[in-house]
Design a protein around this ligand. Structure first.
Ligand code: IVH
Length: 669
């Protein structure tokens, strides 16, 4: 790249970054995800490193944050509140460790403190003889906003330290809003017609930087303290010692803070925390790695923006930016129309996503989502990715608001709206609804018919071989027809028919779940099976019988009664009765494993995981998905995973597949 092109790009990047700084720091309303911002910043840093004489003092790389809001008084930080260098890959973390060793001229392992990096906003609390006298935001790193009155409303910030305070101490920490409170706050704002916060960090920042502290007081803010600024009357040797000291005086320190010896241990801990990320009620965007020894910190020193002794090692971002290529509409089992955004593929949290749910028309309207828009998409845990918001600045000129179709995209029946949801009125004559019903019926956790995949369901429904779920059990009689279809050979048909045969003796809870009654998930199905003991009894239950069950609410009760009253459903159930066994749940029957909980790890040789689970259930036992003290037996197959490790640590009872077979047959080992 020649200098002229570099200069142009640098200028463009600065302008863009300045704008995003303003949106983020001043307005608390960012329009791009952090990951995108980080990329812009890195690109600018990279270019400036290559062309150092193009660096200017006003470049965004040369300062820490944004200017303080004028409405608040200002506080000058005695020691600048620096920022952190970011790492996104293992390699960068290894380099950080190597650099430290080189600068310290040592080969020994370095002791690091690892802390979660909380996604909130940095503040400084000043305690004079143990009394909180001032509190400020980070501001631009040198001067912050005086938000003392607002900080005083946060319950986890002590107004007075609980014991032997030092003469003077500046404590630094991150103010944040717990995730559940964030959800509640946004719901409330939506109800009142106020703009909702893009993420918990903006909610925290917006709440703390209120001119009226009474408003701040209503916001459930919290804090984790992670260090000190200037201190008089106390000396520390290590960072961990500092944290212990402030903790002892009543300040809140994150419980995950840990000393790790050597960078390998740091990497392992990073992995562990990232895996457990969803467990916590606050947003974490990575870990912070700090050299523990303060003498070492001193020797390593600081650069303009960040210290050499610390590094933020980010987790895979949960939000990314991409473009909506199209909006498609899916029709579910109940006939509900779900708009889905078809995206330019993008990696979010380590997984490539190409589709994101848009929920319903109201959501599309509220977020004003249009085809061609650049949007921020988000993934959390196992849930379906969703579109968080639109980057309006990047909207193409011709983008029109999107409306759900008036006719079902699959069967062309009329679409009707009930509440927020649009429904196809075609009922089971709508192939989409039938296909979804079948898909649900055969799924692993329902009747578990392996080999009847989506493609086959499409094919069989389109060919008229399956018109309701009971028809699955008549496919045997249509073997010749199937063989004449594309993609079917003798062997594959036999496998399918075998799989179907194997599913003819379900447990009652699986059968109830498989029927796909609205509001009856796996748990509810189990509750109903335990209560009614047979499908006939459940079918003749009245709403009041159902309502007597603690876990059944009025809506579910109504759904259940209506489902069994519906003539089509009655017909299908009668048909099913002729082809599968309808289980009766008797207290004494199949009770060899009653009260016992099993956990499976690794591959079993004579059953699939689902078959094994079903065996346990049919003998009255339960299965768990992770190792805990509630588990009675851990069945270990070939190549067991991390659950095995965890089970060993907990000292759980471990048995082989043969042992498991003996238990199933005899009820003892
Ligand atoms: S240490 C010199 N520790 O991340 C060290 N920062 O980019 C400066 N943050 O402004 C900060 N959790 O808002 C530190 N455990 C932690 C942190 C943390 C979150 C934030 C803080 C800071 C930013 C640095």
């Amino acid at each position: 790249m020649d200098e002229k092109t570099a200069k142009k790009e640098i200028e463009r990047l600065r302008e863009e970054i300045n704008y995003h700084n303003y949106r983020y720091y001043v307005l608390d309303s960012p329009v791009i995800p952090d990951a995108e911002y980080d990329r812009l910043m890195r690109r600018l840093e990279e270019l400036e490193a290559r062309f150092p004489h193009l660096v200017t003092p006003d470049s965004p790389t040369q300062r820490v944050g944004a200017e303080p809001l004028k409405e608040f008084g200002t506080v000058r930080h005695t020691i600048p509140m620096l920022s952190l260098n970011n790492a996104f890959e293992v390699k960068e973390v290894m380099e950080f460790d190597e650099r430290i060793k080189r600068l310290l001229n040592t080969r020994g392992e370095i002791e690091y403190v690892v802390e979660p990096k909380i996604d909130g906003l940095a503040v400084e609390l000043i305690y004079e003889r143990g009394i909180l006298t001032k509190g400020a935001t980070r501001g631009d790193g040198y001067t912050g906003e005086d938000v003392t009155q607002n900080l005083r409303t946060i319950k986890s910030i002590p107004l007075k330290l609980i014991k032997s305070p030092p003469e003077y101490m500046e404590v630094r920490g991150e103010v944040f809003i717990p995730l559940d409170s964030f959800e509640r706050l946004n719901q409330e704002r939506e109800r009142k017609g106020e703009p909702i916060f893009a993420n918990p960090r903006n909610a925290a920042s917006g709440s703390l930087r209120q001119l009226d502290p009474r408003i701040t007081a209503t916001r459930p803010l919290d804090i984790f303290c992670y260090g000190v600024g200037s201190v008089r009357g106390k000396e520390f040797r290590t960072h961990m010692e500092t944290l212990e000291y402030i903790k002892d005086r009543g300040l809140k320190v994150n419980p995950l803070v840990k000393v790790c010896t050597g960078i390998k241990e740091v990497l392992r801990y990073h992995e562990e925390i990232e895996e457990r990320r969803e467990e916590f009620n606050y947003e974490m965007d990575g870990i912070v790695i700090k050299v523990n020894s303060l003498a070492f910190q001193e020797r390593l020193g600081v650069l303009t923006r960040s210290p050499r002794w610390a590094l933020a090692y980010k987790f895979a971002p949960k939000q990314e930016m991409t473009r909506i290529k199209n909006i498609e509409v899916g029709v579910g089992r109940t006939g509900a129309l779900t708009p889905v955004a078809v995206l330019e593929p993008v990696e979010v949290g380590g997984v490539t996503i190409e589709r994101a749910t848009l929920h319903n028309q109201d959501e599309i309207d509220r977020k004003d989502i249009r085809i061609g828009d650049t949007v921020i998409v988000q993934r959390a845990g196992d849930v379906i990715p969703e579109v968080v918001g639109v980057v309006k600045e990047r909207r193409p000129g011709d983008a029109k608001p999107y409306r759900l179709p008036e006719r079902c995209p699959v069967c062309r029946s009329r679409v009707e709206r009930t509440g927020a949801i649009h429904f196809c009125t075609g009922g089971l004559m709508c192939p989409a609804q039938l296909k979804e019903t079948i898909r649900h019926f055969v799924n692993k956790r329902a009747m578990d018919i392996e080999g009847l995949g989506n493609q086959h369901i499409e094919q069989f429904v389109d060919e008229g071989l399956i018109r309701d779920v009971a028809d699955i059990y008549h496919l045997k009689e249509k073997k010749e027809r199937i063989l004449s279809l594309e993609r079917w050979a003798k062997k594959s048909v036999e496998n399918l028919l075998n799989a179907i045969d194997k599913s003819r003796h379900p447990t009652l809870e699986r059968l109830v779940y498989a029927l796909g009654i609205r509001g009856v998930g796996e748990h509810m199905a189990r509750v109903l099976a335990d209560e009614f003991k047979s499908l006939d009894a459940l079918m003749s239950a009245e709403e009041e019988d159902l309502l007597r069950i603690h876990e059944v609410g009025p809506e579910t009760a109504r759904n259940i009664v209506e489902f069994f009253r519906e003539p089509h459903n009655k017909r299908v159930i009668e048909k099913l009765k002729k082809v599968i066994t309808f289980p009766e749940k008797k207290e004494a029957v199949g009770g060899k494993l009653r009260g016992k909980t099993f956990l499976f790890t690794g591959e079993l040789s004579s059953f699939t995981r689902e078959e094994a689970k079903r065996l346990v259930e049919s003998e009255g036992g339960r299965t768990a998905s992770s190792a805990s003290r509630r588990v009675d037996y851990v069945v270990v197959g070939e190549n067991p995973g991390s659950k095995y490790q965890r089970a060993m640590e907990l000292g759980l009872r471990i048995i082989s597949e043969d042992g498991f077979k003996r238990l199933i047959e005899k009820g003892s080992l």
